[in-house]
Design a protein around this ligand. Structure first.
Ligand code: SME
Length: 137
């Protein structure tokens, strides 16, 4: 439909809200499967621009979630060997997959400049956000 706010505008508004309201959410963005390619493509985000607009499946935290279909909570990014650094200020990361008809079609990715900030409450909350996102795609 040409009416109303576009999906990308809504996703960007979600990024803005999360980054503004949660002090330890410092980069908030969406990655989506890129057509039928085995890679993720960066969608709307808030935070420092990243060179990693395309991420092959399996690469980095995001690429691993594209394959595992599971939440990935990283308390200390420096302890990860399969990690793609976007900014030297980032200490921790959380990635939650987005499912449409049981298919993993993308993810929300959040970086934190605070060490080990994410709890199970973040996982439950972001799973809720991802379900809402799935319902508007
Ligand atoms: N750190 C991610 C790459 C995306 S940036 O955080 C925006 C990863 O390892 O997949």
């Amino acid at each position: 439909s040409s009416k109303g706010t576009s999906v990308n505008d809504k996703l960007y508004a979600i990024c803005q809200l999360l980054e503004k309201e949660v002090a330890y959410y410092n980069w908030v963005g969406f990655y989506f499967k890129n057509g039928d390619k085995n890679e993720l493509k960066l969608g709307p985000y808030v935070g420092a621009p990243t060179d990693h607009t395309i991420i092959p499946f399996g690469k980095g935290i995001c690429g691993q979630v594209a394959v595992s279909n599971k939440n990935f909570v990283v308390p200390d990014v420096s302890a990860q060997d399969n990690y793609i650094a976007c900014s030297i200020t980032v200490k921790a990361e959380i990635v939650i997959p987005i499912f449409v008809n049981s298919e993993n079609i993308g993810q929300i990715d959040i970086d934190s400049n605070t060490p080990d900030p994410f709890t199970e409450a973040d996982e439950r909350f972001l799973e809720f956000v991802c379900k809402k996102v799935a319902s508007i795609l």
